[in-house]
Every structure is written in C-alpha cells, then in structure tokens.
Write a protein that binds this ligand. Structure first.
Ligand code: M6R
Length: 610
C-alpha cells in the first residue's frame, strides 16, 4: 500500500528519499514521486510505474546547482483514480506553495472538493489526497496568517477517514510537517537530519532510532530538532525506540528474492519466537489476562494470519476444550459478533497495521472482549492498542507473500494454547514441558525440509503451466491447505482452491479433469484413511496427486503420483513444517512463469485501507 518518506538535513536529499522509497517498494505500488525544496520553491517529479521510471525522470531533469534542503516522497497504490502521472503523489496546491504526500483515504473528499472548487481551486487529479494540498494552502493564506502548523491542524480537523501525511511548504523551507490518523507513520532520528517513513524498514539504511507517532499527533520535522504535538497542539515528550532489526535484515543477502530468503529464515524465526517465550523448559509469556470465566476464544485476522488462526482453533479446542471462533477481520464488525467480558479475543497480524484488523480489534474492545495481540512489528498500532502483546520474532518480512510470519504466528499460537491448557488444568506441567521440547525440535525439522527444496523445484518446473490447482486436506491439513492455496494464487496467478477432503464430492469435484493437480498435505494419521478414499475419488477423475507426507502417513504414498517426505513431526505441530514445501512450490511456480515473486500484481504488503 502507499508509502511515505521525508527527509530534512545535510545529506543529499534525493538519494535519501530514493533509498527510502526503494525500501518501501515491497508494500506494493504503481507509481512514485518526490517533492523537494530547492531555493525558495518546491519542485516535483512523479511517474506512473516503477521507481526506476522516477529515477530516470530525475536524472533527465535539469536540477541546477542549488542545494536541495528537504523533501518528501511517495509510492502510490491506486485507490481513487487509475495509476497515472497526474494521480501520483506528491500533490501540489494551485500556486505550488504546498506539497502533500498521503497514505489512507479521505472519506469526505467529495464534499471538500466541492467546497474548494467554489473557492476557485482547480484540481489536476482524481485523487482524494489533492484536497489536502488545497485546504492547507487555503488555511495558510486565509485563516492562519502564514502559520503552517496551524494551517495543517485546521485542515486535519476537517478530514474524515485515515491519513498519514507529509506536508512541505515553500514559504517555510526549514521544516516539514507530518501527521497521522489510522495510518502508520514513524519518525527517524538521525545524526545529520531527521526522517519520516511509513514503516521502520524504510529507515533502516539511515537510522535505528525512531519515534512512533500516535493517532492524531502532528510533528514538525527540522534539521536539528523534531517537535511532537497532540491533537490539541500540546507538546508531547516521547523516548525514542532503539530498533533491534539491522539494515541487513531487510536486504536480500545473496538470495534472488526476499521470499526465498524469508523461507530460509523460518528455522531461525521459529527458534527465536519460541526461545523468547520459553525459559529453562517452561513457558514465560507476557501476563495474559485470561477472563476468569472463559466462555470462548475469538481469533480475528486477515489472509495468512487468518489461516494461522484456523490452525490455532483446532489446537486450542483439542487441548483446552474451549470453543474458538475464527473471524475474518473485514467481516467481524458487520455481523454483530457475540462477545462479552468472558471472551478472549486474539488478534493476529504480522504488520500490526492492517486496517481491517485494527478496526475489528477496536470493535472487540468496545464489546468488552479482552485483547491479546500476536504481532511481529514492535510498536505497531495493534501492538500499542492491545491489552497484551505476544511478539513473534520473524524480523522484517519484505516479500508480499507472507512466509516466515506464518510459521512464527503458528509457533506463538502453540505457546498460547499450552498456556491456556495449563491454566485450565487440561495439561500438567510435565505435559507442557514435553510439548515445549517438541516445539523446540521444529527448527531442525525445517532445516531438513529446506535441504530437500530441489525436489519441489523440479516438481514446479514441470507443473507451472497448470490452469488450476487444488489443495485438499482434513483437520489441520485443511487449515494448512488454505494457506498453501493462498500462497500459490497470490504469486503464481494460478487459480487455486482449498477443500476439506470430504467436501469436494459435494460440488467442486466437477472441476477435476484429467491432469488436474491436487496437492494433499497428509500429516494427520487419524485422518489418513479417509484422505486416501478422497484421493481415490479425484484420481478416478484423472487428477494427479502430490502428497506432502509425514512418515506416520506413509501408507498414503501408494495413491500419490509424487511425494514430498516431511520429517517425523508430531501431528499437532505438523503445519509449521508442512507449510514450507507449499511455500516453495508457490515460489518456484511463480519463478518459472517469470513473474515478480516479491511484488505480485495488485497486492500490497501492508493493507492500510479497508
Ligand atoms: O500484516 P497482517 O498479518 O495483518 O496482514 C494480513 C494479510 O494481509 C496478509 O497475511 C496477506 O494475506 C499475506 N501477505 C498473504 O501472503
């Protein structure tokens, strides 16, 4: 989704902005632009397409010798108006005095635009953002006697919706303004100047000292100081956060794609997530405020995180005998969910900024639920607003397709399940200790899976032309199949569906024809005979079967056309290990098709609009 950067200081401004924008590319975008202070005017350059097109345009522009003092930049993921040079950010006020970059959606932009047109403003784009540039300029000149901060505050009071904003003003060249509401924005504190960015990885090339802006805060960014204010204009004092991630964590480190690098980081990420919360063989989780009379658990998330929630549902229900509902965050608010103070709500999110998930969390709180968030990004909105946070230790995940984040979400959710089972006396301390030992064996098993990745590579090389691929599983294997199918379609653009083994024959089996590939995770010994029957049903219609098997399900190998053997992982923990070959399959399918693995079409990494 859209990304923002800004810099003021003594380093060359354009390279800093372009470096930041390149680190934001992973969020997904279709155009990019920069505005910068040169002399006493704002110059602007923006282009539809990739960052390379913007760099090309800048290299062809006559920039003269005058120093550039400050600038803001943007990668746009189109919402209002098609990708085009005109709709790209930054947007300028009519007189060129004010430039604005924006992430989010201004919901009342049509009324504001009508008002501004009546005031004589001419619009050059179809975006919601352009109203902000005109409004700031109008208030600056008409109502605020040339006080930029006051003009921005007056503008913000008129906006409905979500925003992260960077505002540059030609009359005020020694500072720029940043503001946020429901869209992330962080401030980077450097030795020779200060920065803003939509997320921490964008700053890692410059600094690791950051201030995370809270909702409705406004910041004045100058070369030698940063001032932070709340919505009422009162100064805010906040200690900077020292980010632990280093710059290398957000680089490819010799891998061709971030996705592959991140799959290979799974053993480390799972180990770190577990060891962060295990001390000397026992659980050491942040104090989770489980309701005294726990009636139900409600897990809310989107996409891959939702699929991690599906696995957790089965595990928690089996171990704790407490009902678990798993809700898609974007639906949650609209179906009048049944929650009360006896409900534990678990929010799962890698970024901690997914707007649907954030909004669902707020609704859950309004309805009295206790909130535990399982989040990867420290200091993100969800992490800050939850009652308790359990951090995963995936490190920065850059590829749009989530991989190591899913593995670590599973690892964290096992810990939560064991914690609850222990509290409810459904497991003894010894049983928990045994489960922890099994969990700690997972990283080595992931290493073993990765050591055989060439088997998946070869398989993908002969199946990447498939039109449609089905994933079929039962129990935890069905939950895993859903994630495997999402991964495949999002980066290979191959149509795919995931089905419980017994459900295909109720309609979908009509789509199976000779040669249709059906991928079957087979890790649940108790269900393997039923799965063998389901596999025979699709094979009878000509399907080709790839089985991803644990040794305890070995007998299913006879009905498979190809087999990937997993290590001997306990059935309950199998999704952590079985997902990796399916991620590799999606990766190699995409690679063979010559697609942009890390930045698939139409998708954004951090989905900060509803
Ligand atoms: O940051 P989040 O975990 O909240 O993101 C939720 C989904 O947008 C995300 O998991 C998405 O489905 C993945 N990128 C798919 O690989």
């Amino acid at each position: 989704m859209c990304g923002i950067v800004g810099y003021i200081g003594s380093r060359p401004v354009l390279p800093v902005l372009l470096d930041g924008l390149s680190r934001l590319e992973y969020r997904g975008y279709d155009s990019a632009g920069v505005a910068f202070m040169q002399g006493d005017r704002i110059r602007i350059c923006k282009k539809k397409g990739r960052l390379a097109q913007l760099e090309q345009a800048l290299s062809e522009a006559d920039l003269g010798d005058m120093p550039i003092r400050a600038g803001i930049g943007h990668t746009r993921w189109a919402t209002h108006g098609a990708p085009s040079d005109e709709n790209s950010h930054p947007h300028l006020s009519a007189n060129g005095r004010v430039a604005v970059v924006h992430n989010g959606i201004i919901e009342n932009y049509i009324e504001l635009k009508r008002y501004l047109c009546a005031q004589g403003c001419c619009f050059h784009s179809e975006t919601d953002t352009e109203v902000v540039a005109h409004l700031v300029d109008l208030h600056y000149a008409r109502d605020c006697a040339g006080d930029l901060m006051a003009a921005v505050r007056q503008t913000l009071a008129e906006l409905e919706g979500s925003y992260a904003l960077g505002v540059l003003c030609a009359d005020d060249p020694d500072r720029f303004i940043a503001a946020r509401k429901d869209s992330p924005l962080v401030i980077g504190l450097g030795e020779d100047g200060h920065f803003i960015a939509s997320d921490i990885p964008a700053l890692l090339g410059q600094t690791r000292r950051v201030l995370i802006m809270e909702d409705r805060e406004i910041a004045v960014i100058e070369k030698n100081q940063v001032r932070l204010f709340d919505a009422l204009g009162r100064p805010v004092c906040r200690e900077p956060l020292e980010v632990q991630w280093d710059s290398a964590a957000a680089e490819k480190n010799g891998f061709e794609h971030f996705m592959m690098k991140e799959i290979f980081e799974e053993p480390r990420a799972v180990r770190d997530t577990l060891t962060r919360h295990i001390r000397r063989g026992t659980l050491e989780l942040p104090a989770i405020d489980w309701p005294r009379a726990l009636r139900q658990v409600c897990i809310v998330a989107c996409g891959t995180a939702y699929h991690a929630g599906m696995v957790a549902k089965t595990v928690i229900e089996q171990l704790c005998r407490v009902p678990v509902v798993v809700d898609i965050a974007s639906e949650f608010r609209y179906h009048d969910p049944i929650l009360d103070e006896e409900t534990m709500v678990i929010i799962i999110s890698q970024s901690g900024e997914t707007l649907d998930t954030l909004a669902a969390m707020r609704e859950a709180r309004r309805r009295g639920g206790h909130i535990l968030a399982v989040v990867n990004v420290v200091g993100s909105s969800i992490a800050r607003e939850a009652d308790t946070v359990l951090y995963t230790a995936a490190g920065p995940e850059i590829a749009v397709a989530s991989t190591k984040a899913y593995s670590t979400q599973l690892a964290a959710m096992y810990l939560v399940a064991f914690d609850l089972a222990r509290r409810l006396n459904r497991m003894s301390d010894n049983q928990v200790r045994e489960q922890i030992e099994s969990l700690l064996a997972l990283p080595a098993m992931l290493d073993a899976v990765l050591a055989s990745q060439d088997e998946i590579q070869r398989f993908a090389a002969s199946h990447f032309n498939a039109h449609s691929i089905f994933f079929m599983g039962r129990g935890l294997d069905y939950a895993l199949a859903m994630e495997a199918s999402l991964k495949l379609k999002e980066i290979s653009y191959i149509h795919s569906e995931a089905y419980p083994g017994g459900e295909l024959k109720h309609g979908t089996i009509a789509l199976i024809e000779p040669g249709t590939l059906v991928v079957c995770p087979l890790t649940q010994p108790a269900l393997v005979d039923k799965m063998i029957s389901n596999i025979r049903e699709v094979k009878a219609r000509g399907a080709l079967i790839l089985g991803i098997l644990t040794p305890s399900c070995q007998r299913a190998a006879d009905v498979c056309d190809a087999v990937f053997m997993l290590p001997d992982v306990p059935a309950r923990l199998a999704p952590v290990v079985a997902v990796t070959p399916t991620q590799l399959l999606a990766y190699y399918m995409s690679l063979n098709k010559g697609l942009d693995v890390d930045k698939p079409r139409n998708l954004a990494k951090s989905v900060t609009v509803e």
